[in-house]
Design a protein around this ligand. Sequence first.
Ligand code: NDP
Ligand code: 8X3
Length: 252
Amino acid sequence: MKSELNVFVTGASSGFGAAIARRFIDEGHRVIATGRRTERLAELAAACGERLLPLTLDVRDHAAVEAAVAGLPAPFAAVDVLVNNAGLALGLKPADQADMADWEQMVDTNIKGLLYVTRALTPGMVERGRGHVINLGSVAGEWPYPGGNVYGGTKAFVRQFSLNLRADLVGRGVRVSNIEPGMAETEFSLVRYHGDAEKAKAVYAGTQPLTAEDIADTVYWIATRPAHVNINTISLMPECQAFSSFAVKRQS
Ligand code: NDP
Ligand code: 8X3
């Protein structure tokens, strides 16, 4: 493995993405840290120094993604690792009552945004014969729960797309991995509840959820396996979380 990696992280302004960026910087690598909130990225850059390049980017904007990748300055231009982390859940209403705008934003970000960035960066990886795409799926992409409708659907897409991407890239030096975390305390629930901090806090009350650093550890481990080793999928949960039984609605 090349000693110094160029790592492109989407959604680096909070949660997993910020922790992943910090972890790679701490280990001596270079990071392109992207997200919509410029100020947050500037704070990260101030803490991390010049090996971190802050780049304001909305992954839903296809043209902006293409331009950002084409315009990467020399030391950062050859991206070795793409962490497709930007994503969100919006709402928990049942499918017959959910807001279409929430559904569209999840599809546009978690699916289409991930595709735009992947399509922009993988040709360079293939050309160089080295690269790694690490996607953030979710346990919600495999296990259903009430209100998870479209969010879970987008993460099921990430799961299958990761496997199909791997089928396309096999033997060309580009690895593909999918991480499926369970409950982790970040800004995820604050976003899901449209900024309601009390509801968000209640999600984690009385539990010891995963942390952003737990996910950063996992990403770093996956990215630093020897080049012939491809981690396909990793699923992880906090010890306090597990699966539930099927729901059965009985007639009264
Ligand atoms: P956070 O809300 O803390 O972080 C989400 C990040 O995504 C932010 O940096 C946000 O940046 C970015 N983002 C959202 N929309 C866009 C966009 N259109 N363009 C660019 N960036 C965007 O949540 P997490 O860190 O928890 O989530 C990270 C990923 O992990 C997501 O894909 C999520 O689905 C997944 N995940 C989370 C779990 C959890 O329990 N926390 C469990 C399993 C998976 P900004 O707002 O500045 O654009
Ligand atoms: C986030 C985990 O269980 O809230 O993807 O959907 S969950």
